[in-house]
Design a protein around this ligand. Structure first.
Ligand SMILES: [Zn+2]
Length: 279
């Protein structure tokens, strides 16, 4: 998972609140609605715990559920999606999530409710509870699984970084031309990170990308260090900017940590290239 890192998140959260406010009248509850809608992840958790399973709030929660349905019908999620510019699913780093509005049809990321809306209806419209994500992660795999800041990694708080790594395990000498010759593993010593890996079935899903890993192995043989230096000498500053640029050109993924969310499979590419000692 890749952290959603944008400098103006607070501003966007405020805009999201203003947009909702202009559409619909809010019900009242212990927390001011502005606070609920713009609550940062830690506060989200606090609010979630305050209301969860507490029957004295049943009437208020029911009113809030009705409000949420109305608000979801009037609020244009395309505005939120467009403002976020999250173009690759942060949960899997595997599927594009561009927002496009065209006369021939439109598409945007789905918004996963990190705290599921059946259990936590009060957080159904909270900015930091709405995670732009792909249909595979949100609908097919996560479904109604219970997520929480204490059990899972939240993409507005952190990414996997180096706490989870893809690793190549060579079984047979055929590994550089046959994907059956190696295994691909994704695991972590961090309990929360491992929970994300398990709950999004990331290791099983990524095993279907062994063809990409095989290509990385093959390219790492073809583009050895002296060949890369030759390409640098001939084309740096004309065909590409620097070595990082050249490596992206060759291996097809961004490798700087800050850029991993720009293109699918960049985390996979980076980890394997590190293991192959290319970077
Ligand atoms: Zn995804």
């Amino acid at each position: 998972m890749i952290k959603i890192a944008m400098p103006n998140l607070e501003e966007l959260a405020q805009k999201h609140y203003e947009a909702l406010k202009s559409k619909i009248k809010f019900p009242t509850c212990k927390y001011a609605l502005e606070e609920v809608i713009t609550a940062k992840p830690k506060k989200l958790h606090e609010i979630a715990m305050h209301y969860k399973g507490n029957h004295k709030f049943d009437v208020m929660i029911k009113a809030y559920k009705n409000f949420t349905v109305k608000a979801e019908n009037t609020y244009d999620a395309y505005d939120l999606a467009e403002s976020l510019h999250v173009n690759v699913c942060p949960y899997c780093n595997r599927n594009y999530t561009f927002t496009v509005r065209s006369k021939n049809g439109s598409t945007r990321p789905q918004f996963d409710h990190f705290y599921d809306k059946a259990t936590y209806p009060i957080l159904a419209l909270s900015f930091y509870n709405l995670i732009p994500s792909c249909p595979t992660c949100n609908t097919s795999i996560k479904g109604r699984k219970q997520f929480s800041l204490t059990t899972h990694v939240h993409p507005y708080v952190e990414g996997f970084d180096n706490k989870a790594r893809f690793a190549l395990h060579v079984n047979e000498s055929s590994f550089y031309y046959d994907e059956k010759g190696f295994d691909l593993e994704l695991s972590s010593d961090d309990v929360k990170v491992q929970k994300n890996i398990d709950d999004f079935a990331l290791e099983e899903i990524y095993k279907n990308h062994k063809d990409i890993v095989l290509e990385l192995i093959q390219k790492s043989v073809m583009y050895n260090e002296s060949y890369i230096q030759e390409l640098m000498k001939n084309y740096e500053g004309t065909l590409f900017k620097n070595e990082e640029d050249l490596l992206r050109l060759i291996f097809g993924g961004y490798i700087a940590d800050k850029d991993l969310g720009k293109r699918p499979l960049s985390k996979l590419t980076k980890d394997i290239l590190e293991q192959l000692e290319i970077i």
